[in-house]
Design a protein around this ligand. Structure first.
Ligand code: G1P
Length: 287
């Protein structure tokens, strides 16, 4: 079945970026000149997604304005003859069909995804976490959808990580099927190096069959009172095969300040208007 819908959880406080996120959503922080959430939505759309539910919370309505039309701004740009910008504003408001669902309490990523159950109905869907920017020849979510559509199963993006990563990510127990594809036998959330099954981490992109919702509902809150998504995935693994795909491309973890800085420098260097001057500037720092 074709994957047409996606859930983008964007309800968190963004505490790692305070004070920048005190009065604006983390997802609206800008890498070069685009907010994080735009990178995520563009990846979803380039992967074939047509309907997107963004899970939000109090104080985050600027995301809704961002993907809406802005007639006053558009008129202003037209009058000033800034036609490139005008086209860009129109493009953003037409990217997909959006729906916004409020998560009233911060009850975890699993709970945030569960908020989208009615929107999804009975079809496979993607989940994209806006912390990660993927810069890939084939959009990262598309890489997962290709495997999901072939196998008729849930698929999680995987990447190699180090000791520190075992404390930051969900870690899988993989059974190799081909060069990049694994069957996932187990998944544990942030186990630390001693309890990690492997060096393969789950990195913010998922395609799920709708049975994941049953798994999330059976999940018990963790010690922080949060329903974690990997616990729902563990339940799913007991019911049907779940696969993992090692992504091809570059990933920036914009969920922490260092990754955010790396993304800013690297993605600016990729842009012709900044490339030379930024490289010259970096050289002039004589690091
Ligand atoms: C979440 C997931 C975790 C995953 C990580 C990165 O954690 O719970 O399994 O590895 O995203 O995609 P968070 O970064 O929200 O703490």
């Amino acid at each position: 079945m074709k994957v047409r819908k996606a859930i983008i959880p964007a309800a968190g406080f963004g505490t790692r970026f305070l004070p920048a996120t005190k009065s604006q959503p983390k997802e609206m922080l800008s890498v070069v000149d685009k907010p994080l959430i735009l990178y995520t939505v563009e990846e979803a759309v380039q992967s074939g997604i047509e309907h997107i539910a963004i899970i939000t919370s109090r104080g985050k309505s600027s995301m809704e304005d961002f993907f809406d039309q802005s007639p006053e701004l558009e008129q202003f740009l037209e009058e000033k003859g800034k036609l490139d910008l005008l086209e860009e504003m129109k493009r953003i408001s037409k990217l997909a069909e959006f729906c916004y669902i409020r998560q009233k309490q911060a009850l975890g990523l699993g709970h945030a995804v569960l908020m989208g159950e009615e929107f999804i109905g009975q079809e496979p869907f993607a989940v994209l976490l806006p912390d990660d920017i993927y810069d890939c020849p084939t959009p990262c979510t598309r890489q997962l959808i290709d495997v999901s559509e072939e196998k008729g199963a849930s698929v999680i993006v995987l990447g190699e990580t180090d000791e520190e990563g075992t404390r930051m990510y969900g870690i899988v127990k993989p059974k190799k099927i081909s060069e990049r594809v694994f069957q996932i036998e187990d998944l544990v959330e942030k186990p630390g190096p001693e309890k990690a099954f492997s060096n393969l981490a789950s990195l913010g992109r998922y395609v799920f069959t709708p049975e994941i919702f049953e798994g999330i509902k059976k999940t018990k809150p963790d010690h922080r009172g949060e329903m974690q998504l990997p616990d729902g995935v563990k339940f799913l693994i007991g019911k049907q095969p779940v696969y993992g795909v090692i992504y091809e491309g570059i990933r920036y973890d914009c969920g922490n300040k260092m990754g955010f800085l790396e993304a800013t420098v690297s993605l600016a260097i990729e842009r012709p208007e900044f490339s030379h001057r930024l490289k010259d500037f970096l050289k002039s720092l004589e690091l």
